[in-house]
Design a binder for this molecule. Structure first.
Ligand code: MRU
Length: 379
């Protein structure tokens, strides 16, 4: 892929990973995605010319992570509009591509709303498509800004929670530049600590079954020159017991009105461990991840994924380039049943703080969350 995936000129600590971009070649507009299923083995791009291709990329996790799903969903609507497809139908299909990350529907609604408003004002197809694209670009730009603000708020919070620096931070799944227009959510905070010379170690949960931690967070941490160590998810308990963790930082896919946090499966056990060991458990997410229409954690729809993701190694990055579709390497007896929820829900009482671009909520209460979300976007 050449230089665009090298550590940027800003030097160690800077991430420059273009996870997604809009292009307008003569053949027509396209959405270009870095295929995350192939990382870290290969840096391969996927070029989406239509909504079904984008939906497939979302469902196979070629493009993933809550904020990036919002950006991709918005560009998907713009793509449908620019290429003359049925925009309302495209929006409906995109919004349902995965159920848990609220940002996907948020991004889609923003772009389709702009398209509708333009049509209502008498815009022709071309002008309405331009309005949808402008909105997608706005969603993208806001995410970059939100990411920087979360990093600043999160760094300040870490300073308060852990005076003395030298933080050893445990994280789960992937929350960096690969999920964002900017540097992400939880990983953006860890990066800020790294740049401030305050990160002693980033503990990276491998994040079974699709290994977002081992494959993607480790890829990002290595590029940024962070001191990091990958561990099997089940090793987290002994790490806490050994006194090796100062704080847990994770992202979120949806935060209910009561402050319950849906995030990658395996987050809830970390919250329980953190409480037992009196360690702060901090969630970093933009306010676009807060869903005040979902009353409580139990109301969040958790995506159930195919069992073969648990019973086989089937990622392209595991199988190698050119492996035939469906060729998985079994790690369980043929026919073994599997339980494979993509996310779990952590109750608000286990969450020390929620860091957003608009500020920090701690303690996490329904009232405090509602108030934060009602204040101006960048307050
Ligand atoms: O299934 P994925 O890889 O899309 O899950 C992603 C996560 O759970 C992330 O932790 C979450 O989206 C927060 S990213 C800022």
């Amino acid at each position: 892929m050449g230089d665009q995936y090298e550590v940027s000129e800003a030097g160690a600590g800077a991430l420059a990973i273009p996870s997604l971009r809009w292009e307008e070649p003569p053949e027509g507009p396209v959405l270009v995605l870095l295929d995350q299923t192939r990382l870290p083995a290969e840096e391969v791009e996927l070029v989406c010319t239509d909504v079904p291709a984008l939906v497939q990329a979302i469902q196979t996790l070629a493009v993933r992570g809550a904020p990036l799903l919002g950006i991709a969903g918005a560009y998907g609507v713009a793509l449908a509009a620019a290429r003359g497809f049925d925009v309302e139908e495209a929006a409906a299909v995109l919004a349902q591509a995965r159920p848990t990350a609220v940002n996907l529907g948020y991004g889609v609604r923003r772009a389709v709303g702009a398209h509708r408003a333009a049509v209502a004002e008498g815009a022709d197809g071309r002008a309405a498509a331009a309005a949808a694209l402008a909105e997608a670009k706005a969603v993208h730009a806001e995410d970059i800004e939100a990411s920087a603000r979360m990093a600043a708020h999160g760094l300040e919070l870490l300073g308060e929670l852990l005076p003395g620096g030298g933080h050893r931070i445990l994280t789960h799944c992937n929350t960096g530049a690969l999920v964002s227009g900017g540097e992400g959510t939880a990983l953006a905070v860890a990066l800020a600590a790294h740049r401030a010379g305050e990160l002693r170690r980033l503990w990276v949960d491998e994040t079974r079954p699709l290994l977002q931690g081992a494959r993607l967070t480790a890829y990002e941490a290595a590029r940024a020159g962070m001191a990091y160590t990958v561990l099997a998810d089940g090793a987290a308990g002994s790490l806490f017991a050994a006194g090796e963790v100062d704080a847990v930082l994770i992202g979120a896919d949806r935060i209910a009105a009561d402050g319950a946090v849906a995030n990658k499966v395996g987050s809830y056990p970390l919250a329980v461990l953190a409480r037992y060991h009196h360690i702060p458990f901090v969630v970093v997410a933009p306010t676009s991840t807060v869903d005040l229409d979902t009353e409580q954690g139990a109301d969040i729809e958790v995506e159930q994924r195919p069992g073969h993701e648990v019973t086989e190694f089937s990622l392209p990055s595991q199988l190698g380039a050119g492996a035939p579709a469906g060729a998985g390497i079994p790690v369980a007896p043929l026919g073994a049943g599997a339980y494979n929820p993509a996310f779990d829900v952590t109750p608000p009482e286990l969450v020390t703080a929620i860091v957003t671009e608009a500020g920090v909520v701690s303690p996490v209460t329904r009232e405090a969350l509602a108030e934060l979300c009602s204040t101006s976007r960048w307050s």
